[in-house]
Design a protein around this ligand. Structure first.
Ligand SMILES: Cc1cc2nc3c(=O)[nH]c(=O)nc-3n(C[C@H](O)[C@H](O)[C@H](O)COP(=O)(O)OP(=O)(O)OC[C@H]3O[C@@H](n4cnc5c(N)ncnc54)[C@H](O)[C@@H]3O)c2cc1C
Length: 386
């Protein structure tokens, strides 16, 4: 186990899990867990050694998300969303001195990064922007109607997608790094949701200004294909796997307790538990195979830009979110009324509510429609199995 994973496990067991129900009940930011993750230096682990970080790979982040997902899905999602933004800067900053200094600050100060990709008027189609950078003499201003910015009021910077210029078409997008101090956030919509309540994902009118040097030089189309989309689906898949694992662990405890009450009589939930374990194993296989595929492909921009890779990463999101909902649903059936209660040791309620965010967090229908389009261009060359 890496020291990072050991530290994350301690934060998960001792802090995130302890406050998870309160975070959920009050729909409040999991400040205890995030402070602990910062204290452990876990926010900057992806930053390369050249910029003062330890240069961890995406596998380390995926493992941490999985671990945190077992204890508090909101904490895990915040950590996951933060690392998606860090990964984009690390891979695409190039020699830009502002961005390189920002990475050093991120490690020193353990900055927490949020994202404003969704925009009112385009739904969840994040490859289209209405807002645009208004550039004058090396400086920009920007206004965005952002329906959801998770932990916007608790972050240190927001990565915002926008059209490159006022004249650019909707798909000619860039990402700009906006320090929180240079952004004004006017709340437009509150976050009173079924689950993932601790992500505090209010909607805002975002207004920002800054230097053009804060813009990630690569086009967003490349950043999205090479980094944002695959890392999103990997870290989400990992934390959802953690959530599903926790649900089955509660179900297993329930079945064991039943078995002890009536020795020699197989508990009714045992067969259902075994069947749910098959699905959990297959979910784990999906995450791990896509992680390997991403790590193998990450040196080749052509592979990352290819249709088979994009379809596989989209499939990971569709598969893992669907399996999560089914597994947590099975855990509820296994635990019965004890699972349905909010105050029992076998309660599944929070997990079930958090799980349902997975299919709407970039709608599976939208992703399936993208895959349907990509599928038309997919060639039938069989890929080698191993
Ligand atoms: C917990 C959580 C945290 C989030 N945090 C952030 C954040 O920090 N920053 C951020 O920018 N965004 C964030 N989001 C927003 C997220 O990334 C999506 O953009 C958002 O969930 C999509 O919203 P929508 O379902 O209203 O829009 P849409 O994707 O437009 O979907 C609306 C409806 O249309 C259907 N639909 C859409 N397209 C198609 C299609 N092609 N074919 C068939 N049906 C279709 C969908 O099934 C759905 O029923 C977060 C979401 C969640 C759940």
């Amino acid at each position: 186990m890496t020291p990072w994973l050991a530290a994350a496990r301690a934060v998960g067991c001792e802090i995130a899990g302890r406050y998870a129900d309160d975070v959920d009940a009050q729909a409040r930011f999991p400040s205890e867990a995030l402070s602990a993750l910062k204290e452990q230096g876990l926010l900057g682990i992806l930053v390369p050694e050249s910029e003062g970080g330890p240069g961890a790979d995406i596998a380390a982040v995926v493992s941490i998300c999985h671990e945190l997902g077992r204890h508090c899905a909101s904490t895990a999602m915040i950590y996951a969303m933060h690392q998606i933004q860090v990964a984009c800067i690390v891979r695409h900053a190039g020699p830009n001195p502002w961005l390189r200094e920002f990475m050093r600050r991120l490690v020193r100060e353990q900055l927490l990064l949020a994202s404003a990709t969704s925009e009112a008027g385009v739904g969840g189609d994040v490859r289209t922007s209405i807002c645009a950078l208004d550039e004058r003499r090396g400086k920009f201003t920007l206004t965005k109607q952002a329906p959801v910015i998770s932990y916007g009021e608790h972050c240190d910077a927001i990565l915002v997608t926008a059209r490159r210029t006022l004249q650019s078409p909707p798909s000619d997008q860039v990402i700009v790094v906006v320090p929180r101090a240079d952004a004004s956030l006017q709340v437009q919509e509150s976050w009173n949701t079924l689950g993932m309540r601790g992500t505090c994902s209010n909607g805002y009118r975002l207004a920002a200004e800054g230097e053009m040097a804060q813009v990630i030089p690569a086009p967003y189309a490349d950043v999205s294909a090479q980094t944002m989309l695959p890392t999103s689906h990997l870290v989400w898949g990992a934390l959802w796997l953690g959530l599903a694992t926790e649900a089955l662990s509660r179900a297993r405890s329930f079945v064991r307790t039943e078995a002890k009450k009536k020795p020699g009589v197989p508990p009714v939930g045992a067969a259902r538990l075994a069947a749910a374990g098959v699905e959990l194993q297959s979910m784990k296989g999906d995450v791990l195979s896509c992680l390997r595929r991403y790590m193998d492909a990450s040196a080749s921009e052509d592979t990352l830009a290819g249709i088979p890779f994009a379809v596989a990463m989209n499939n990971l999101k569709i598969l893992s979110s669907g399996k999560l909902v089914r597994i947590v649903g099975e855990a509820m059936l296994i635990c019965g009324l004890e699972g349905y209660r909010n105050d029992s040791a076998f309660s599944i309620g929070r997990l079930l509510r958090d799980a349902h965010s997975a299919v709407v967090m970039v709608s599976n229908d939208r992703i399936a429609a993208n895959n349907a389009n990509l599928g038309l261009a997919l060639r039938d060359d069989p890929e080698p199995l191993a």
